[in-house]
Design a protein around this ligand. Sequence first.
Ligand code: NAP
Length: 450
Amino acid sequence: MVQQIQQITDAILSDNLDAVGSLPVPESYRGVTVHADEVDMFEGVPTREKDPRKSLHVDEVPTPELGPGEALVAVMASAINYNTVWTSIFEPIPTFKFLQRYGKLSPLAKRHDQPYHVVGSDMSGVVLRTGPGVHKWKPGDEVVAHCLSVELEGPEGHNDTMLDTEQRIWGFETNFGGLAELTLVKANQLMPKPKHLTWEEAASPGLVNSTAYRQLVSANGANMKQGDVVLIWGASGGLGSYATQYALNGGAIPVCVVSSPEKAEICRKMGAELVIDRSEATGEGYKFWKSDTEQDPKEWQRFGKKIRELTGGEDPDIVFEHPGKETFGASVYVARRGGTIVTCAATSGYMHQYDNRYLWMNLKRIIGSHFANYRESWEANRLISKGMIHPTLSKTYRLEETGQAALDVHRNTHQGKVGVLCLAPQEGLGVRDPETREKHLADINRFRGV
Ligand code: NAP
């Protein structure tokens, strides 16, 4: 198997892409997994202390059989998303539950129900094989994948595929994800790899870039327009570093919230002028919760005052929410009359509490947003390909070091995105369009620096 994987890698690295389709498909490959018999390993351990290095393994796993409408891809690079952190700490539930449920759908879906879960929801790589019924893609195509897996057998998802009743996130709610040497995707997850980027740069925006696009830009999300004041939590993090770029690109006014002077500097480097350091040590030290059960509206007011100070008296048209419990009350409070709070997550807790009077009396709206449909992901990837949005990759690990990479994200010691090399032996490979890269080099370096 090692030899066959090496042959595939060599063909890709020597630009012999036409050969890839005729090389044998290995019967097994290395992937980052969690194990079903270890889901109780962190019982009694506080969330923050749960260590992904203990639960994430690199195993040799059997190559899944290729089904209709699917593609098997040789993965050159991948990236860490927060969903891999959730999987690795078995919170809020072990992801084996998702695989078991999926497995009941059909004999083909049954392949996903295994005692191991190969994780990862981002990748860049080269198509090795396509299944029956796939015409748009062929072996040798250089691709990235978005992480929306749908069945579309019912009518529900045909206006917006995120509404398919069998909608799943690849590598989180399905098996055979992208943190591996090979991966199994539906062919309608594939998109062209941005030619001016390296493998690891191209792999890193996927999930968060598409999510931020739908959440902020799409009519399915906040439908941001020029001049909107957009409050962005975690503005230098995975989602936030793309939300900040979309706000700046779209003529909006981002107000970036971060937790250190270094992260504030990153936002300024991206082009944002209005930045709030929320930390106690160096910044405003907001304490929105007085106790476990009671919030402090005075702190919401202090936060709102700070935003007005920065914006010249304006409140946010849009609040880009994802921290959840800790910030949600403040987010609802500070949004302007008629404004929108758009949320896609609840990192600090999902039982939110807010004062509903501020919502209804001021005609505010809360919008739930989740990943993105193919169209939205394609648009988000197109903007990367055009050099209008840039990867915010700050660090890259080897596949064997994925546990450490996930720990960085879990402990919030990272910036932007954390990448993982899979078959790519080193960083810096895979650029096919050096001219476009040269044209955008200053920006690529500016954003990679974050
Ligand atoms: P990330 O890279 O860790 O960035 C999140 C940032 O949020 C952190 O860097 C931190 O920035 C800020 N933050 C964390 N806890 C906070 C708190 N209690 N109060 C205020 N700010 C806080 O993670 P990400 O990739 O952006 O993902 C963020 C969340 O969104 C995760 O829960 C993830 O699972 C979810 N997500 C959902 C979807 C979806 O489709 N529904 C897609 C992507 C991600 P500072 O410390 O600088 O403030």
